[in-house]
Design a protein around this ligand. Sequence first.
Ligand code: SF4
Length: 387
Amino acid sequence: MAEPRVQGWCPGALRPMQSGDGLLVRLRPRGGRILPDAAAGIARLAIAHGNGLLDLTSRANLQLRGVTDASYPLLMAGLQSLDLLDATAAGEARRNIVVSPFWSRSDGSQAIADALADALAGPDAPELPGKFGFAVDCGDVPVLNHISADIRLERGADGDLICRADGVTAGKRVTAESAVAAGLALAHWFLGSGGTTQGRGRMSLHLKNGPTLHPSYLEAPAQPTAIASPKPGPAAAGFLVGLEFGQMRAETFAALSRLGTLRATPWRMLLIEDASVAPELAGLITSRDDPLLRVIACTGSPDCLQAARPTRKLARSLAPYVPDGAVLHVAGCRKGCAHPASATVTLTAGLDGFDLIREGSANDAPTRVRIAPEFLLAHPETLIETT
Ligand code: SF4
């Protein structure tokens, strides 16, 4: 199987990435929140200067697809007029913060996320690797434990806020006022203790390699479990709607913008703030039992240049055969970017077919190799066979 090219950085608005369908422009909504005027403006810009498709990423960011070299400057001008651009590409890249969409006005999440964003834009901010990120998860129970992040600001087992390094089960006790400083200090420790190699590195891998955290970062136990991925329906602070493979038409996003402020989630869903019923809009998943909620698939070919094969058509066809409670991940290559975590079954595309991995991620050792997609469609029971 060909090795995918590791970019080591994530696209932004100020630093777009070339993809198979044009430039990929990623927006990082501040606090994970998209106000109605901004959402309507983004939808307009996606139609005018992109291919009209929007992705919600696994870190709760929003991507415009199909932007061209000619339309990019016009898109930037439009985003600037909506006040959605950072001052510099470096500052934008550092502002890698996932916020729990279930934050409440009293739990401190928004103030912490805001202060963290400002600190990461400052001249003395740590020069962190492109994939390094923060999770702000200050509700009663953390919900982002399975979402990629290196430093977590969350509620510990005794109810206090803690600052936790990803990969350990305890953190430093902090307050809403001291959380950001503790997070930045931990980021500086990561850099100073050799957490990066050639500009890349992640916290949990670094900790596995031996360096020991200061004891103050191990004083307060974390809450042991995260909740499972939420489903569409009423939720804390609003109503969750799902998006097939995290993608929607800009017209759908424009229609959603008329329903209220939107909160981005890392689960291919948007939360409509203060809504209590399902919107009657095409292009959304509103049933908790929809089989499409059990499948995850990245862009695949031809729109991702690294993909060995198309992914989504196969995932859509196999969705009805995925048992309730299981997850099928179809990855266009071993990077598995749509779902870096383990899935019940992962199909990783190669030039000779799909490798099948059980209870692992796209780069783990397969139990079966080079399966033709036609075979999987004719024998979907292959997914749940136990041998
Ligand atoms: S996992 Fe999918 S989207 Fe990511 S690089 Fe590979 S083919 Fe592209």
